[in-house]
Design a binder for this molecule. Structure first.
Ligand code: MRU
Length: 368
């Protein structure tokens, strides 16, 4: 996507051909700054500390983490260590494991002398594949927005609600949930997005709002608890969210709070769509609610807030009394029955076992 007129991705190989550049998302929306990853441990830190985040981008960064490891040491032990270090960074987004498995498949049976070149080649392919998938998700999701626009009075806007950030910042480029939104906006459909702030890390307020603003998409940031009220009053036409893992039964894991939005959408007959790139499907988990591991992060993320002061300083302040217990669940699982449809690169499909296996027999077969 373009930032202030310049095309930009979230991850790239630097001109030295080895180190990896990323947007440091912890500085957004206040500052657009980049970081350079030169070692496996730096890549692992970037994922763990959420300099990068979002399921597809976690996968892409892990792929380059393997490249950085192999460049320093191309032995089997080094490959094993890279896998072990990276897989332990974050537990929920299955794209991490998918990308690491892809890298291992490309490298394991190769002579050591070829591994570094092959690793960078495969990581670049994973990135290009992500962009192609997201572009197709955009094409397949656009008719959903067009159909709503066609039912509106002339000039009346289509209101989309989204949760967390499943935009281009969560991917290599384009985004998943935002792909149909950007296409609809670019094609001239009057569109407006409600962006849930998404406590505790505020990816909606900080990242979704930033990237929508940079593209010119009209949007309003709302407190996480406002969605139900808006839906009740007819102010939301459809919900589109991303996902970190979809189980074989169609259950959808996404940022904490997504489930409550799906319940509110169901109660108010608002269509609830999930943008799903195929690397995010986990056919080995048969029941998402029971089987998807939910990340729990540090208490600080809930107990404090970070923002910019009036004089431009970035400060973190505590908002919870000292001594109160704090829990920080990162994700929740929305049961398939609450999902209107999955917008995939192969079309919009039901959140149901047969539909998933039918659309992605190549992936389903590998999990058996
Ligand atoms: O904790 P995060 O910021 O990595 O969580 C991100 C999300 O939950 C996104 O909605 C999800 O990864 C889909 S990204 C296309």
């Amino acid at each position: 996507m373009k930032v202030d007129g310049k095309p930009m991705r979230t991850i790239w190989v630097e001109p030295d051909g080895r180190s990896v550049g990323i947007i440091d998302q912890t500085a957004l929306p206040h500052r657009l700054t980049t970081a350079r990853l030169t070692t496996l441990d730096e890549a692992a830190h970037a994922i763990r500390a959420m300099l990068i985040r979002g399921a597809p981008l976690i996968g892409a960064t892990a792929a380059y983490g393997v490249c950085l490891a192999v460049r320093q040491d191309s032995s089997d032990d080094s490959l094993d260590r890279a896998y072990a270090v990276l897989i332990a960074t974050r537990p929920t987004a299955i794209n991490l494991k998918w990308a690491l498995d892809e890298m291992m498949a490309a490298l394991r049976n190769r002579p050591r002398a070829e591994r570094s070149t092959a690793a960078y080649r495969r990581a670049a392919e994973i990135c290009e594949q992500d962009v192609a998938i997201n572009t197709a998700i955009g094409r397949n999701g656009l008719p959903l927005i067009e159909a709503i626009a066609a039912r509106k009075k002339s000039g009346e806007r289509v209101n989309v609600l989204t949760h967390c950030n499943a935009g281009w910042l969560a991917t290599v480029d384009v985004g998943t949930a935002t792909a149909p939104i950007y296409l609809a906006y670019d094609s001239g459909i009057p569109l407006h997005v409600f962006a849930d702030e998404t406590r505790p890390r505020n990816q909606g307020a900080s990242l979704t709002a930033w990237e929508l603003g940079k593209h010119g998409v009209p949007h309003t940031v709302i407190a996480d608890n406002a969605g139900g009220h808006l839906m009740q009053h007819g102010l939301v036409d459809l919900v589109i969210v991303g996902t970190d893992r979809v189980a074989a039964n169609g259950d959808v894991c996404n940022k904490i709070g997504t489930y409550l939005k799906a319940l509110a959408a169901c109660d108010n007959n608002v269509p609830f769509y999930v943008a799903l790139p195929s690397p995010t499907i986990d056919f080995t988990v048969v029941d998402g609610v029971a089987g998807i591991p939910i990340e729990q992060r540090g208490a600080d993320e809930v107990a404090s807030m970070t923002g910019r002061t009036a004089d431009g300083r970035i400060e973190t302040v505590r908002i919870v009394p000292e001594g109160s217990a704090v829990a920080n669940y990162g994700f929740d699982v929305t049961p398939a029955r609450l999902v209107t449809g999955l917008i995939t690169e192969r079309g919009v499909i039901a959140a149901a076992p047969a539909a998933l296996a039918g659309a992605f027999p190549d992936r389903a077969g590998k999990a058996e």
